[in-house]
Design a protein around this ligand. Structure first.
Ligand code: FEO
Length: 395
């Protein structure tokens, strides 16, 4: 338990050991937290719970803090198991307690748990008077699931934003102003790039809608990572930038390679870029050896992406094929791309990569480079030429 205001306490779980999230899809290299909040106004309200493996610990800790029977309402901002996972154990203790969630939240909770809890649907603008303060509900569909909603507590001007504005970032410091700012920025960006990118249009619309309410805002309490108490508007403004076809002056070269032939092509492209453009940031990743989510964060920041792989069994090496599949789902906007790769006999890979890059939503150059065997001087020259063209396009 950690007191945030006179009325509001954090009752979640910091998960220092987490390294893989969403199955194996997301690398949580700095751990995470599952933030649950307890409001003690005239009514007692629990907002979200924690992930299933910590369910019993969560309920036991909560019992030390309050008599569970004094909880008047439970708010489920989002039904995914990292936030609703402790409900089964909790509702065994207080089965009649009303749960408030969105219409889609009812479907999600019933779909996950197949129980008959006292579920109550709320929609944007609905309120719950809990004493000195009022809870106002704001549906936020696709931030990042259809059922997601935010809850605003008027007395302390706190927005409980669930996954929105979150970070997979374990810290006992709890607040944004008490942690390393560079780490926090990296984790917030990684979270946006890897989870929220496909829903950027909804992010922009929802933020503008919320800003239209002119609610005072002292804190944003997300369900992962630290609480935004120092200038909470900073992360809202940052989200508006990230949602607006974000790019920095960066080129990212991603490749997979068997015997370093495609790796040499990547090096030559990089040299070509550098030879004509000393300002653009060039990053290069052998994706077979790199953290996929960190690479995706770099692609998110890029204006140009080059992707290469040798041909294997008429296809693309799995390291590159895997990350392209993920990028396809994220649908980054406002980025150019090109393909390259070596081959020994059939040579399908570069053309396949080009088609995949188009499906990713990139504006793809026709300058695909194929190298039979190890790149010779002529191929290295072509890679340098492609690099120079990319460098010029990035000016
Ligand atoms: Fe943190 Fe969508 O769950």
């Amino acid at each position: 338990m950690f007191k945030i205001t006179d009325n509001v306490s954090w009752v979640g779980k910091i998960d220092w050991e987490l390294r893989k999230f969403h199955g194996e899809e997301y690398t949580a290299n700095r751990g995470s937290s599952y933030n649950s909040y307890l409001i003690r106004d005239k009514k007692t309200v629990l907002i979200d719970t924690v992930w299933l493996p910590f369910s019993k610990e969560f309920v036991a800790d909560l019992k030390k803090e309050i008599d569970l029977k004094t909880i008047d309402y439970i708010i489920v901002n989002h039904g995914e198991v990292d936030h609703s996972g402790a409900l089964l154990d909790l509702m065994m203790e207080i089965p009649e307690t009303p749960i408030y969630c969105s219409k889609k939240g009812v479907e999600s909770l019933k779909g996950h748990y197949h129980t008959d809890w006292n579920l109550n649907i709320v929609k944007t603008g609905d309120t719950l008077d809990i004493g000195e303060g009022t809870l106002t509900f704001l549906e936020a569909p696709m931030l990042h699931w259809p059922d997601t909603m935010f809850t605003y507590y008027s007395k302390d001007a706190i927005l409980f934003s669930n996954d929105g504005f979150g970070q997979h970032y374990a810290s006992e410091a709890m607040y944004n102003d008490k942690v390393d700012q560079s780490e926090l920025y990296q984790e917030a960006l990684k979270y946006y790039a890897n989870i929220l990118t496909p829903f950027s249009a909804q992010v922009t619309r929802k933020i503008k809608e919320i800003l239209g309410f002119n609610l005072p805002l002292k804190m944003i309490c997300p369900s992962h990572g630290v609480i935004w108490r120092d200038n909470p508007a900073q992360i809202v403004e940052q989200y508006l930038k990230w949602a607006d076809n974000y790019q920095e002056n960066q080129v990212t070269i991603i490749y997979d390679t068997m015997w370093d032939g495609t790796g040499k092509m990547a090096q030559a492209i990089s040299k070509g870029i550098k030879s004509v453009n000393d300002d653009v940031v060039i990053k290069q990743y052998n994706v077979g050896r790199s953290d996929m989510n960190d690479v995706i964060s770099e692609i998110f920041k890029s204006k140009f992406v080059l992707a290469g792989s040798p041909t294997i069994n008429k296809g693309i090496l799995s390291g590159l094929a895997g990350i392209l599949e993920v990028i396809k789902g994220l649908q980054f906007k406002n980025k150019k791309a090109a393909a390259f790769g070596t081959y020994g006999w059939s040579g399908e890979s570069p053309a396949l990569i080009k088609e995949e890059l188009k499906k990713c939503g990139f504006d793809v150059l026709d300058d695909t480079i194929k190298s039979l065997w190890n790149p010779n001087e002529e191929v290295i020259g072509s890679c340098m030429d492609l690099g120079r063209k990319v460098g010029e396009l990035c000016k």
